[in-house]
Design a protein around this ligand. Structure first.
Ligand code: ATP
Length: 296
Protein backbone atom coordinates (compact mmCIF):
# COMPACT_ATOMS: atom_id res chain seq x y z
CA UNK A 1 0.00 0.00 0.00
CA UNK A 2 1.54 3.32 -1.06
CA UNK A 3 -0.07 6.75 -1.08
CA UNK A 4 0.62 9.98 -2.95
CA UNK A 5 -1.10 13.36 -2.58
CA UNK A 6 -1.33 15.40 -5.82
CA UNK A 7 -1.74 19.10 -4.98
CA UNK A 8 -2.85 21.23 -7.93
CA UNK A 9 -3.07 25.03 -8.11
CA UNK A 10 -5.62 25.57 -10.93
CA UNK A 11 -4.71 29.27 -11.15
CA UNK A 12 -0.96 28.79 -11.75
CA UNK A 13 0.67 29.92 -14.97
CA UNK A 14 -1.72 29.63 -17.88
CA UNK A 15 -4.39 27.94 -15.74
CA UNK A 16 -3.55 24.51 -17.14
CA UNK A 17 -3.78 22.61 -13.86
CA UNK A 18 -7.24 21.16 -14.47
CA UNK A 19 -6.27 20.08 -18.00
CA UNK A 20 -3.26 18.10 -16.77
CA UNK A 21 -4.91 16.70 -13.63
CA UNK A 22 -6.33 13.54 -15.20
CA UNK A 23 -3.08 12.54 -16.92
CA UNK A 24 -1.15 13.18 -13.69
CA UNK A 25 -3.57 11.10 -11.64
CA UNK A 26 -3.35 8.23 -14.13
CA UNK A 27 0.44 8.34 -14.26
CA UNK A 28 0.80 8.39 -10.48
CA UNK A 29 -1.63 5.46 -10.24
CA UNK A 30 0.99 3.36 -12.09
CA UNK A 31 3.39 3.92 -9.19
CA UNK A 32 1.20 4.33 -6.09
CA UNK A 33 -1.81 2.33 -4.90
CA UNK A 34 -3.73 5.44 -3.82
CA UNK A 35 -3.72 8.90 -5.45
CA UNK A 36 -5.36 11.65 -3.36
CA UNK A 37 -6.03 14.68 -5.60
CA UNK A 38 -6.47 18.12 -4.00
CA UNK A 39 -7.15 21.45 -5.75
CA UNK A 40 -6.08 24.62 -3.96
CA UNK A 41 -8.57 27.49 -3.70
CA UNK A 42 -6.50 30.11 -1.92
CA UNK A 43 -3.20 30.99 -0.30
CA UNK A 44 -1.90 28.41 2.21
CA UNK A 45 -4.17 25.57 1.03
CA UNK A 46 -1.14 23.83 -0.49
CA UNK A 47 0.74 24.17 2.81
CA UNK A 48 -2.15 22.69 4.80
CA UNK A 49 -2.62 19.78 2.36
CA UNK A 50 1.09 18.97 2.34
CA UNK A 51 1.29 19.11 6.13
CA UNK A 52 -1.60 16.64 6.33
CA UNK A 53 0.17 14.34 3.83
CA UNK A 54 3.27 14.32 6.06
CA UNK A 55 1.30 13.73 9.26
CA UNK A 56 -0.63 10.86 7.65
CA UNK A 57 2.63 9.38 6.34
CA UNK A 58 1.92 9.57 2.62
CA UNK A 59 4.86 8.25 0.62
CA UNK A 60 4.95 11.27 -1.68
CA UNK A 61 3.41 14.66 -2.31
CA UNK A 62 3.38 16.13 -5.81
CA UNK A 63 3.12 19.92 -6.28
CA UNK A 64 1.55 20.97 -9.57
CA UNK A 65 1.84 24.73 -9.99
CA UNK A 66 4.25 27.64 -10.12
CA UNK A 67 7.12 28.36 -7.77
CA UNK A 68 4.67 29.82 -5.23
CA UNK A 69 2.82 26.51 -5.01
CA UNK A 70 6.03 24.46 -4.71
CA UNK A 71 7.20 26.81 -1.96
CA UNK A 72 3.90 26.31 -0.11
CA UNK A 73 4.14 22.51 -0.35
CA UNK A 74 7.73 22.55 0.92
CA UNK A 75 6.65 24.79 3.80
CA UNK A 76 3.97 22.24 4.71
CA UNK A 77 6.39 19.31 5.02
CA UNK A 78 9.63 21.01 6.13
CA UNK A 79 8.74 21.21 9.82
CA UNK A 80 7.52 17.60 10.12
CA UNK A 81 9.62 14.72 11.46
CA UNK A 82 8.41 12.44 8.65
CA UNK A 83 8.65 14.11 5.23
CA UNK A 84 7.13 12.53 2.09
CA UNK A 85 9.18 12.55 -1.12
CA UNK A 86 8.43 15.67 -3.19
CA UNK A 87 7.36 15.62 -6.83
CA UNK A 88 7.14 18.72 -9.03
CA UNK A 89 5.05 19.45 -12.12
CA UNK A 90 5.96 23.01 -13.13
CA UNK A 91 3.12 25.21 -14.40
CA UNK A 92 4.54 28.66 -13.63
CA UNK A 93 6.62 31.23 -15.48
CA UNK A 94 10.02 30.81 -13.89
CA UNK A 95 10.12 27.28 -12.40
CA UNK A 96 13.66 27.63 -11.03
CA UNK A 97 13.69 24.51 -8.87
CA UNK A 98 12.39 22.34 -11.73
CA UNK A 99 15.13 23.76 -13.99
CA UNK A 100 17.80 23.07 -11.38
CA UNK A 101 16.58 19.47 -11.05
CA UNK A 102 16.43 18.84 -14.81
CA UNK A 103 12.67 18.38 -14.56
CA UNK A 104 11.16 19.31 -17.96
CA UNK A 105 9.27 22.62 -17.97
CA UNK A 106 6.70 20.99 -20.26
CA UNK A 107 4.00 19.74 -17.84
CA UNK A 108 3.16 16.55 -19.79
CA UNK A 109 6.83 15.53 -19.84
CA UNK A 110 7.24 16.38 -16.16
CA UNK A 111 4.22 14.20 -15.34
CA UNK A 112 5.53 11.26 -17.43
CA UNK A 113 8.81 11.30 -15.50
CA UNK A 114 6.97 10.75 -12.21
CA UNK A 115 6.05 7.22 -13.27
CA UNK A 116 9.54 5.92 -12.45
CA UNK A 117 11.92 8.80 -11.63
CA UNK A 118 14.44 8.04 -8.87
CA UNK A 119 14.54 10.27 -5.79
CA UNK A 120 17.50 12.39 -4.71
CA UNK A 121 18.33 14.61 -1.73
CA UNK A 122 17.40 18.30 -1.82
CA UNK A 123 18.60 21.23 0.29
CA UNK A 124 16.12 23.87 1.38
CA UNK A 125 16.66 27.18 3.14
CA UNK A 126 15.13 28.68 6.27
CA UNK A 127 14.89 32.23 7.65
CA UNK A 128 12.87 33.04 10.76
CA UNK A 129 9.95 30.62 10.40
CA UNK A 130 9.87 30.74 6.58
CA UNK A 131 11.24 28.20 4.14
CA UNK A 132 12.54 28.68 0.60
CA UNK A 133 13.76 26.32 -2.09
CA UNK A 134 15.58 28.62 -4.43
CA UNK A 135 16.47 32.19 -3.79
CA UNK A 136 16.36 35.12 -1.38
CA UNK A 137 16.86 38.55 -2.91
CA UNK A 138 17.17 41.97 -1.30
CA UNK A 139 17.11 45.17 -3.33
CA UNK A 140 16.11 45.87 -6.88
CA UNK A 141 14.48 42.54 -7.57
CA UNK A 142 11.63 43.43 -5.21
CA UNK A 143 10.87 46.49 -7.35
CA UNK A 144 11.14 44.49 -10.56
CA UNK A 145 8.64 41.89 -9.34
CA UNK A 146 6.09 44.58 -8.56
CA UNK A 147 6.54 46.31 -11.93
CA UNK A 148 6.15 43.25 -14.19
CA UNK A 149 2.61 42.93 -15.54
CA UNK A 150 0.86 39.58 -16.01
CA UNK A 151 0.98 40.10 -19.81
CA UNK A 152 4.75 40.73 -19.78
CA UNK A 153 5.27 37.71 -17.57
CA UNK A 154 3.32 35.45 -19.90
CA UNK A 155 4.96 36.67 -23.10
CA UNK A 156 8.55 37.33 -21.95
CA UNK A 157 8.99 35.06 -18.94
CA UNK A 158 12.04 35.76 -16.83
CA UNK A 159 13.47 38.29 -19.31
CA UNK A 160 10.63 40.62 -18.27
CA UNK A 161 12.10 40.75 -14.75
CA UNK A 162 15.54 41.46 -16.14
CA UNK A 163 14.24 44.36 -18.24
CA UNK A 164 12.39 45.85 -15.26
CA UNK A 165 15.48 45.31 -13.12
CA UNK A 166 17.61 47.25 -15.62
CA UNK A 167 15.14 50.13 -15.57
CA UNK A 168 15.25 50.15 -11.79
CA UNK A 169 19.07 50.37 -11.86
CA UNK A 170 18.69 53.80 -13.44
CA UNK A 171 16.20 55.12 -10.93
CA UNK A 172 17.43 53.92 -7.57
CA UNK A 173 20.39 54.50 -5.34
CA UNK A 174 21.86 51.30 -3.81
CA UNK A 175 20.71 49.97 -0.45
CA UNK A 176 22.78 49.98 2.77
CA UNK A 177 23.38 46.39 3.88
CA UNK A 178 25.29 44.72 6.71
CA UNK A 179 26.04 41.07 6.08
CA UNK A 180 27.70 38.73 8.56
CA UNK A 181 28.85 35.14 7.98
CA UNK A 182 31.77 33.08 9.25
CA UNK A 183 33.44 33.36 5.84
CA UNK A 184 32.80 37.04 5.14
CA UNK A 185 31.45 40.34 6.44
CA UNK A 186 30.19 43.20 4.33
CA UNK A 187 29.04 46.65 5.43
CA UNK A 188 28.29 48.83 2.45
CA UNK A 189 25.87 49.61 -0.33
CA UNK A 190 24.53 47.21 -2.93
CA UNK A 191 21.74 47.48 -5.51
CA UNK A 192 21.07 43.75 -5.25
CA UNK A 193 21.97 40.90 -2.90
CA UNK A 194 21.13 37.33 -3.89
CA UNK A 195 21.34 34.14 -1.84
CA UNK A 196 20.79 31.07 -3.96
CA UNK A 197 20.45 27.37 -3.21
CA UNK A 198 20.46 26.27 -6.87
CA UNK A 199 22.05 27.21 -10.17
CA UNK A 200 18.83 28.66 -11.63
CA UNK A 201 17.84 32.18 -10.55
CA UNK A 202 14.98 34.10 -12.16
CA UNK A 203 14.88 31.52 -14.97
CA UNK A 204 18.59 32.02 -15.78
CA UNK A 205 20.00 28.51 -15.43
CA UNK A 206 23.64 29.65 -15.51
CA UNK A 207 23.27 32.31 -12.84
CA UNK A 208 24.93 30.34 -10.04
CA UNK A 209 26.55 27.65 -12.11
CA UNK A 210 28.63 26.39 -9.15
CA UNK A 211 25.52 25.55 -7.09
CA UNK A 212 24.18 22.00 -6.72
CA UNK A 213 20.75 21.28 -5.23
CA UNK A 214 22.28 19.12 -2.47
CA UNK A 215 25.67 20.75 -1.77
CA UNK A 216 24.63 22.02 1.68
CA UNK A 217 25.61 25.59 0.81
CA UNK A 218 24.10 29.05 0.41
CA UNK A 219 25.61 30.80 -2.62
CA UNK A 220 25.80 34.52 -1.83
CA UNK A 221 26.17 37.20 -4.53
CA UNK A 222 26.70 40.83 -3.54
CA UNK A 223 26.35 42.92 -6.67
CA UNK A 224 28.58 45.98 -6.38
CA UNK A 225 27.39 49.36 -7.56
CA UNK A 226 26.53 49.11 -11.22
CA UNK A 227 25.75 51.56 -13.96
CA UNK A 228 23.04 50.75 -16.44
CA UNK A 229 25.59 49.75 -19.10
CA UNK A 230 27.62 47.60 -16.70
CA UNK A 231 24.40 45.74 -15.99
CA UNK A 232 23.68 45.36 -19.68
CA UNK A 233 27.19 43.97 -20.25
CA UNK A 234 26.54 41.36 -17.56
CA UNK A 235 23.68 39.87 -19.59
CA UNK A 236 25.82 37.45 -21.68
CA UNK A 237 27.43 36.13 -18.50
CA UNK A 238 23.98 35.68 -17.00
CA UNK A 239 22.84 33.68 -19.99
CA UNK A 240 25.88 31.47 -20.37
CA UNK A 241 28.78 31.72 -17.97
CA UNK A 242 27.54 32.38 -14.44
CA UNK A 243 28.20 35.66 -12.69
CA UNK A 244 30.35 34.54 -9.74
CA UNK A 245 33.58 35.58 -11.49
CA UNK A 246 32.25 38.88 -12.89
CA UNK A 247 34.22 41.98 -11.75
CA UNK A 248 31.10 43.58 -10.33
CA UNK A 249 30.18 40.66 -8.08
CA UNK A 250 31.41 39.56 -4.64
CA UNK A 251 30.68 35.84 -4.33
CA UNK A 252 31.10 33.38 -1.46
CA UNK A 253 29.42 30.28 -0.01
CA UNK A 254 28.32 29.68 3.57
CA UNK A 255 25.86 27.71 5.69
CA UNK A 256 24.39 30.67 7.59
CA UNK A 257 24.32 34.41 6.97
CA UNK A 258 22.74 37.35 8.79
CA UNK A 259 21.57 40.35 6.80
CA UNK A 260 20.58 43.66 8.31
CA UNK A 261 20.01 47.22 7.13
CA UNK A 262 19.37 50.59 8.70
CA UNK A 263 16.45 50.83 6.25
CA UNK A 264 13.24 48.77 6.50
CA UNK A 265 13.97 46.72 3.37
CA UNK A 266 11.61 44.04 2.03
CA UNK A 267 13.00 40.67 1.04
CA UNK A 268 11.93 38.48 -1.82
CA UNK A 269 11.83 34.72 -1.32
CA UNK A 270 11.31 32.40 -4.32
CA UNK A 271 9.84 35.28 -6.33
CA UNK A 272 7.40 36.66 -3.78
CA UNK A 273 7.78 39.45 -1.26
CA UNK A 274 8.04 37.81 2.16
CA UNK A 275 9.02 39.81 5.23
CA UNK A 276 11.65 42.44 5.95
CA UNK A 277 15.24 42.68 7.16
CA UNK A 278 16.87 41.73 9.44
CA UNK A 279 16.97 38.00 8.69
CA UNK A 280 19.27 35.10 9.45
CA UNK A 281 19.29 32.62 6.58
CA UNK A 282 20.45 29.04 6.98
CA UNK A 283 20.63 26.01 4.73
CA UNK A 284 18.92 22.76 5.81
CA UNK A 285 21.24 20.35 4.10
CA UNK A 286 19.53 17.47 2.24
CA UNK A 287 16.39 18.04 4.33
CA UNK A 288 14.01 16.69 1.64
CA UNK A 289 14.02 14.05 -1.06
CA UNK A 290 12.66 14.84 -4.50
CA UNK A 291 11.78 12.86 -7.64
CA UNK A 292 14.03 13.99 -10.49
CA UNK A 293 15.51 12.53 -13.66
CA UNK A 294 19.06 11.24 -13.28
CA UNK A 295 21.15 14.42 -13.27
CA UNK A 296 24.08 15.34 -15.46
N1 ATP B 1 -7.53 28.41 -6.77
C1 ATP B 1 -6.73 29.49 -6.62
N2 ATP B 1 -7.06 30.68 -7.21
C2 ATP B 1 -6.25 31.75 -7.11
N3 ATP B 1 -5.08 31.76 -6.43
C3 ATP B 1 -4.69 30.61 -5.83
C4 ATP B 1 -5.49 29.43 -5.90
N4 ATP B 1 -4.86 28.45 -5.23
C5 ATP B 1 -3.70 29.00 -4.74
N5 ATP B 1 -3.61 30.28 -5.09
C6 ATP B 1 -2.49 31.21 -4.83
O1 ATP B 1 -1.69 31.36 -6.02
C7 ATP B 1 -0.36 31.70 -5.60
C8 ATP B 1 0.61 31.71 -6.79
O2 ATP B 1 0.67 30.51 -7.42
P1 ATP B 1 1.92 30.00 -8.27
O3 ATP B 1 3.18 30.67 -7.89
O4 ATP B 1 1.88 28.54 -8.21
O5 ATP B 1 1.52 30.40 -9.74
P2 ATP B 1 2.05 31.55 -10.65
O6 ATP B 1 2.09 32.83 -9.89
O7 ATP B 1 1.26 31.51 -11.91
O8 ATP B 1 3.52 31.01 -10.95
P3 ATP B 1 4.80 31.86 -11.32
O9 ATP B 1 5.01 32.81 -10.17
O10 ATP B 1 5.91 30.88 -11.49
O11 ATP B 1 4.41 32.56 -12.58
C9 ATP B 1 -0.14 30.72 -4.49
O12 ATP B 1 0.90 31.10 -3.63
C10 ATP B 1 -1.51 30.73 -3.76
O13 ATP B 1 -1.52 31.69 -2.72
Amino acid sequence: MSKVMLIINPSSGKELGKKHAEFAEGTLAQRFTEVDVRFTEKELDATQFAKQAAQERYDAVVAMGGDGTVNEVITGIAEQDYRPTLGIVPLGTVNDLARALNIPTDPQEAISILEDAPSRPLDIGKYDDHYFMNVIAVGLIAEAVEEVSVEQKTSLGSVAYFIEGLKAFKDHSPYPIQLTATEKSFDGETPLLIISLTNSVGGFESFAKEARVDDGLLHVFIIKQLGFFDALQALPKLLTGGIADADQVDYFTTKEVRIDSKEHLPINADGDTAGHLPITVQVLSQHLTVFAPVSN
